[in-house]
Unconditional design. Structure first.
Length: 160
């Protein structure tokens, strides 16, 4: 998770013309010891940089792919939500009950987006026709149908 926070901080700092002194101090503190900043130090740096903007939009794509161990997801969201009202958060994720519970107390808008079976099938057929599978599948219509039908059935509306 420190890498994720560092990435957001980096994007904020790139908008500035001068390197923040907090970043210089943090760098000097860790370069000699060959250590990495702690999660708290990363969050503190994020907070100091967000205060320099009137609005900041943070997009976290595929939150469900962030390991849930030790409450990592919930802590990430909680720390970012502390930065309100200037920080606006958009999160994408497949359905996951633990992620739902993170936002349960929020008045967060939720939009469910599901791929239509025919769109998934069209995408797969295009990938087979123009991708590496073409040499393996060739003109075997039965194999093509088996591949696409199996993936469409298992995708359950999820974009592949």
């Amino acid at each position: 998770m420190p890498n994720l926070i560092a990435s957001v901080v980096q994007q904020l700092i790139q908008r500035r013309t001068v390197m923040p002194e907090e970043l210089n101090r943090l760098h000097k503190a860790h370069i000699h010891e060959r250590t990495r900043p702690s999660l708290k130090e990363c969050f503190d740096l994020l907070q100091s940089q967000v205060l320099l903007f009137t609005k900041t939009f943070v997009v976290i794509d595929a939150l469900d792919e962030l390991p849930e161990s030790n409450g990592t997801r919930a802590r990430l969201i909680a720390e970012i939500q502390k930065l309100r009202p200037t920080v606006h958060l958009l999160v994408t994720s497949r359905y996951d009950a633990s992620i739902e519970s993170i936002f349960q107390t929020e008045d967060a808008a939720r939009i469910e987006i599901l791929a239509r079976d025919e769109d998934v099938k069209g995408y797969l057929e295009s990938r087979i026709e123009h991708g590496r599978l073409k040499r393996n599948v060739g003109n075997d219509r039965e194999l093509r149908n088996l591949i696409t039908d199996t993936i469409v059935a298992n995708a359950r509306g999820m974009y592949v």
